[in-house]
Design a protein around this ligand. Structure first.
Ligand SMILES: Cc1cc2nc3c(=O)[nH]c(=O)nc-3n(C[C@H](O)[C@H](O)[C@H](O)COP(=O)(O)O)c2cc1C
Length: 176
């Protein structure tokens, strides 16, 4: 077998991070508004958790500066980035700026939630559970509302780069 094999007991943090960075994922920006304070954080650990009831989840670093807003707020929004929004991913990864000013067009929805215009999907979620998982919180949200924008392709990340998908993914081309 070629490649680097690591003994589980000797797993190094950088090797673990490097391995995980090779897993392709969609990119979302999770937003909230807590006592008039808006927060936005770029997340690749988003996943669907349950269809009935409709639940989603994501993992948030315990030391995230957006953590208190996202954990205290009853409501949050998940905006799936489109392939033309890598500037939003870059802007919302910065800590020295107002993330809502650097990139993207934002509107305000129910519960004061910031929604990113041009996202492929918006989910409006009520915080259902926060579970401690190592150095992250696993946040589970109950999806109360969904808005889909057709004819937009998703932004993906893999190996610390952003990419789109060449194939146009539409309902008509469903193959799985
Ligand atoms: C592509 C990408 C994916 C990320 N995914 C996550 C994630 O799933 N969970 C997380 O806690 N941080 C993730 N981050 C890091 C957060 O975006 C990071 O915490 C943020 O940029 C720093 O601001 P904060 O202090 O508000 O967390 C990701 C960053 C990038 C660029």
């Amino acid at each position: 077998m070629s490649g680097t094999r690591l003994a589980a007991t000797a797993l190094r943090a950088d090797a673990f991070r490097d391995a995980l960075a090779r897993y392709p994922a969609g990119v979302v920006v999770v937003t909230t508004s807590c006592q008039g304070r808006r927060a936005a954080v770029i997340i690749a650990s988003f996943t669907s958790a349950s269809l009935d009831p409709p639940l989603i989840s994501y993992c948030l670093k315990k030391d995230s500066s957006s953590g208190s807003a996202l954990i205290e707020s009853e409501w949050f929004a998940v905006n799936f980035l489109s392939d033309s929004q890598s500037d939003v991913a870059a802007g919302c990864s910065r800590s020295d700026v107002d993330r809502f000013s650097v990139a993207g067009v934002w509107s305000t929805g129910s519960h004061g939630l910031p929604f990113l215009e041009g996202a492929t999907v918006h989910l409006m979620c009520r915080r259902e559970r926060v579970i401690e998982v190592g150095d992250h919180f696993l946040i589970v949200g109950a999806v109360a509302d969904v808005r889909v924008t057709e004819n937009r392709n998703p932004l993906l990340c893999c190996r610390r780069s952003y990419a789109g998908v060449e194939k146009t993914m539409s309902r008509n081309q469903r193959t799985i």
